[in-house]
Design a binder for this molecule. Structure first.
Ligand SMILES: Nc1ncnc2c1ncn2[C@@H]1O[C@H](COP(=O)(O)OP(=O)(O)OP(=O)(O)O)[C@@H](O)[C@H]1O
Length: 293
């Protein structure tokens, strides 16, 4: 029995060149620029993210990765350029509106959120609280139904991410890895088609790294598109279908892990600030989480 080509199979013929077009982009970015004073933080001429893949956004400190995430998800304003998600232009939308289109990003748990229970964290991330804007008996009925649906979804996600036993504990009591799982679980409350993960492995104990990687690949295998920023080269090379390299705000390279490994410009730019080893150790054999908790 022949199976349909996967999104990754469909990228087989895509050349590893900055700004290359993809067969089925879910996100397309054109001429997006953002400066702070005299510093150009982001200057992306053209970038496409293929639907259904895990795409890594990498680059040295200050390359513009977080700024690009903020711009695309409506948490910062571009100076110029446009971008569309699922064919819909997002330029003027704020963060919550962008999330409603199906593109969500994870956030590190703020201090305020660490003082809430795991379950309350999940419920706060739930889509539109219909009841808040409505009144009367009918509205209360609707509200109740939505609350129940949200609670059920939250429990199902907590179970999936092995956090159900912690649902009544303060989020601040979770380990670094469990916080990352909660951040991921929260983002899924709105049932997105694309998730943007900001350093999903930072502060994660080695014991949880494999579990987190498994969750990320499972999301992709269920059809979700994953775009993530990460510094750990093992993680990047291990799970990415495609890698985009930013340096000084620009896309300087794109390709499969093997293409990126073989790209001297990238190795130089990336290793310049992240590794002290010579460039032939660009991909060390063992995972080294940034920080244990
Ligand atoms: N709000 C801001 N005001 C002024 N400069 C900023 C602001 N946000 C980012 N920058 C600057 O823009 C550049 C890009 O920063 P950004 O945080 O996007 O890089 P990054 O690739 O995410 O870095 P890192 O890997 O260290 O997180 C940096 O020079 C940074 O100092």
């Amino acid at each position: 029995m022949s199976s349909d080509p996967t999104p990754v199979d469909r990228m087989a013929g895509v050349a590893p060149e900055p700004g290359v077009t993809k067969p089925d982009p879910i996100l397309t970015v054109d001429g997006v620029r953002r400066s702070f004073g005299g510093l150009t933080a982001v200057d992306v001429e053209h970038l496409e993210v293929q639907r259904g893949t895990i795409t890594a956004l990498i680059g040295p400190n200050g390359a513009g990765k977080s700024t690009l995430f903020n711009l695309l998800t409506g948490f910062d304003r571009v100076d110029a350029g446009e971008w569309s998600f699922e064919g819909r232009r997002l330029n003027r939308l704020g963060g919550h509106q962008v999330a409603r289109t199906g593109m969500v990003r994870t956030f590190q748990l703020t201090k305020a959120l660490t003082r809430l229970t795991v379950m309350d964290n999940m419920l706060l991330a739930a889509p539109g609280q219909t009841g808040e804007r409505m009144w009367g008996a009918f509205a209360r009925g609707l509200w109740g139904r939505q609350e129940r649906a949200n609670a059920e979804r939250a429990e199902a996600l907590l179970e999936r991410f092995k956090l159900l036993a912690k649902k009544d504990e303060m989020a601040g009591s979770l380990s670094g890895g469990q916080r990352k799982l909660l951040e991921m679980a929260r983002s899924l409350m709105v049932n997105p088609s694309m998730v943007m993960l900001d350093e999903p492995m930072a502060g994660v104990n080695p014991a949880l790294v494999q579990s987190l990687l498994g969750h990320i690949t499972a999301l992709r295998d269920e059809g979700m598109t994953v775009l993530f920023v990460e510094h750990d080269m093992d993680v990047i090379m291990g799970i990415s279908d495609w890698i985009v390299v930013l340096a000084q705000g620009r896309v300087i390279a794109e390709g499969r892990p093997a293409d990126i490994r073989a790209n001297k410009e990238v190795v130089d730019a990336y290793l310049g600030t992240h590794h002290e080893e010579p460039s032939d150790t660009a991909v060390p054999a063992a995972a080294e989480p940034e920080e244990d908790r």
